[in-house]
Design a protein around this ligand. Structure first.
Ligand code: NOJ
Length: 704
């Protein structure tokens, strides 16, 4: 084939030479653990489009078989490299998406994407099923850890950063998932119906996917669930009309795991797989993840003229375009395997782990002072790498494994404390398990009594984290509450460290502990970063991307809800969250002054500049995330009283002042009307710039 042709020309040339079998083959993705060995072999020899969960050398064998097919179309290897290429034991394990979102650091997340792509590509793979652009607004949902938190704007910005990192230099392609409103499933139940309207979709859930599409994301994954009772897999409106035609997404759409079969077995909208395959493809899905019968079903539909061949051609065109773009037809040169967990990636991971920590409370105990000699490290998560890594590593996927240990260097909090404070100054006891009947609280308390400070590491475990793992109860499980109460009763300063996959109910910690550090799932360096923070070796800068409720039944508690007009309060709870989106302390005090707008009256096409002076009044250099919130004062539909519309993270030396400027395209202020139009309504907008949702300066902007 003439390699001087453009990608589109090469795609058309190849497409014109393909048989129906070859075309439909491109539209199938299979996984070895869903097929008999014979069938798996059969699909390899057929040269089908894509394989998932294959690692390393195994890709080479499959590639060879594809090379021996008539047109030698290379397969595309997909993997869940969600926070690093973690299904490969030995690769870098970065903080989870939820953890890293606390960094509010676009550049670091872009670099993390780049590093992950290098490791994935070096391992012979082409495609990561990341990022998750679902919003975690219902905390019961098991997959909160996979998201960038509760806010649509933040998810879009960080999603764009990570996608650009993944796709840098065409190392691999990204996959924005799960399209759409998956996190909003009723009752926080995984893969359920989301009762949202198209207006709400356009206002809240679609924008991060639009940003992903605009930044050239190679693929999008269809969510399992349904919206307003229609399976998303079968939604022509969402997939073909909105994503492909209106937004102009030019990558391909892959279903989630067995979505085609689910149309028949779980959602019961058809009684056979042929109709299910037809529904899925007509709606706009280009590739079926599993449901291997899809191959025969599509061929029978073509044979019987029951499907428009243009749908097939469009799907294959999209898949081939990505393959050409990645250089798979041109003897792609892959990075050397030595990039996997290389020194640079470790350094990056360490930086990201530091910036992902959120200091939620500090009564002055931190950083620990010189008179603290002996420290008791207590708690079920102090030395549990499984809990610290969280979901989507080789521990849990593609199949759960019990007897494995990480091949890379990793730091639990215990190891971090030992290294930073010296082993001789640390005593350790687990205290209790996350679940279970047994506890060792008395022993833990007795060693805690003999120490000067207590670091208590609690949270949740893998069995409470991920798909199928929704929780109705967000309290600390097992004996953890009792453990912390008894430690508090020793009257020693207690520093609570949370290693968890989602916000839990932590009012007691807020009331009684001296300090609280939120790690979420911090990856290889989470434990080291915690110890360094406790010692004051860096200035914490993370802020929450997600709010914490007082009670399990106080969900949803995301910050940008309507105020309500009957007080919005439960009779048996105080008002407000325990912690809210944007909260997070520093060892410095940042003072905001001199808020100004480049224009105080603007029109819909303007982009205005909003500036503020930020002074680091502390003794330590530090980073601060400046947040811009907007309130559409009077609007024809309800709007929240605060919506994030911009943020910038800046480094400010102790004693210095920096002017931070955030651009605001007035278009960002548009509402979605009941008849689905995007309109910037004239009137007043309150512009709020500050540390978080409750400490800010404000000015009025008038839009004409
Ligand atoms: C199902 C999950 O929902 C999705 O996020 C993942 O990428 C696929 N399985 C493949 O493992």
């Amino acid at each position: 084939m003439d390699t001087n042709l453009s990608i589109d020309e090469r795609v058309e040339d190849l497409l014109s030479r393909m048989t129906d079998e070859e075309k439909v083959g491109q539209m199938l993705q299979v996984s070895y653990n869903m097929l008999s060995p014979e069938d798996y072999e059969k699909y390899q020899n057929l040269g089908i489009g894509s394989f998932l969960h294959v690692l390393g050398e195994d890709t080479e064998k499959i590639r060879q078989k594809a090379a021996n097919t008539r047109l030698s179309i290379p397969p595309l290897f997909g993997i869940d490299a969600i926070h690093g290429h973690c299904l490969l034991n030995g690769a870098t394990v970065f903080p989870s998406q939820l953890a890293m979102s606390s960094s509010f650091n676009r550049e670091l997340i872009y670099e993390m994407g780049k590093a992950t792509a290098l490791e994935v590509a070096a391992d012979g793979l082409d495609w990561t099923f990341s990022p998750v652009l679902c919003l975690a607004r219902d905390l019961r949902w098991g997959r909160v850890n996979e998201t960038f938190g509760e806010d649509s704007y933040l998810a879009g910005e960080l999603g764009k950063a990570i996608i650009e990192g993944y796709e840098y230099d065409n190392n691999i392609i990204a996959c924005a998932k799960h399209y759409l409103a998956y996190g909003e499933a009723t009752g926080g139940r995984d893969a359920y119906d989301s009762e949202v309207t198209e207006r709400k979709i356009r206002e809240v859930f679609l924008p991060p996917f639009k940003k992903a599409a605009d930044s050239g994301c190679g693929s999008v994954m269809t969510a399992y669930g349904s919206i307003d009772s229609q399976p998303i897999t079968a939604s022509k409106r969402l997939l073909r009309e909105i994503l492909k035609e209106e937004i102009g997404f030019d990558g391909f759409i892959v279903t989630d795991w067995e979505n085609v079969r689910s149309l028949m077995t779980n959602q019961h909208v058809t009684d056979n797989l042929t109709d299910a395959s037809k529904l899925a493809v007509e709606a706009g899905n280009d590739m079926s993840m599993n449901t291997h019968e899809f191959y025969e079903c599509m061929l029978s539909l073509i044979r019987d003229s029951k499907i428009d061949i243009n749908f097939i051609n469009d799907a294959v065109r999209r898949i081939l375009r990505v393959k050409f773009k990645l250089g798979l037809f041109d003897n792609k040169q892959r990075p050397d395997r030595s990039v996997i967990a290389c020194k640079e990636h470790k350094e990056l991971n360490h930086k990201l782990a530091r910036e992902s920590l959120v200091l939620l409370k500090n009564n002055g105990t931190l950083p620990l002072k010189g008179d603290i000699k002996k420290i008791a490290v207590i708690g079920p998560n102090a030395d549990d790498v499984r809990a610290q890594y969280g979901d989507w590593t080789f521990f849990s996927h593609p199949v759960p494994k019990e007897n494995v240990t990480p091949k890379t260097d990793y730091y639990t909090v215990l190891r971090g404390m030992n290294e930073i404070f010296g082993k001789d100054n640390i005593v350790y006891n687990k205290g209790c398990d996350i679940f279970g009947e047994e506890n060792y609280i008395d022993k833990a308390v007795s060693i805690a009594k003999d120490s000067d400070a207590i670091v208590c590491v609690i949270g949740d475990c893998l069995a409470q984290n991920g798909e199928y793992r929704d929780r109705a109860n967000l309290e600390l499980s097992g004996y953890q509450k009792e453990l912390i109460e008894k430690l508090v009763n020793t009257k020693k300063p207690v520093i609570a460290v949370l290693v968890n996959c989602k916000p839990l109910c932590i009012s007691y910690l807020k009331d009684k502990c001296s300090a609280i550090i939120e790690m979420f799932n911090g990856g290889d360096f989470g434990g080291l970063a915690v110890a360094e923070l406790i010692k004051g070796m860096f200035n914490p800068s993370g802020k929450l991307s997600i709010s914490f409720p007082q009670h399990s039944a106080q969900t949803p508690c995301y910050y940008n809800q309507y105020t309500g007009w009957h007080g919005g309060q439960y009779v048996d709870l105080n008002k407000g969250n325990v912690y809210t989106f944007g909260d997070g302390l520093s060892y410095s005090e940042f003072k905001y002054s001199n808020l100004r707008l480049s224009k105080t009256t603007a029109s819909a096409d303007d982009i205005i500049k909003i500036s503020v002076d930020v002074t680091n009044n502390g003794d330590m250099d530090g980073k601060e995330t400046v947040m811009l919130f907007v309130n559409d004062v009077v609007s024809s539909i309800l709007t929240p009283t605060k919506e994030l519309k911009g943020f910038e993270k800046v480094f400010i030396k102790a004693g210095d002042t920096k002017t931070v400027t955030i651009k605001l395209p007035i278009k960002e202020l548009s509402i979605v009307t009941p008849d689905l139009k995007y309109v910037v309504e004239s009137g007043e907008f309150e512009i709020m710039v500050g540390r978080n949702t409750h400490e800010y300066l404000s000015k009025i902007l008038t839009v004409k």
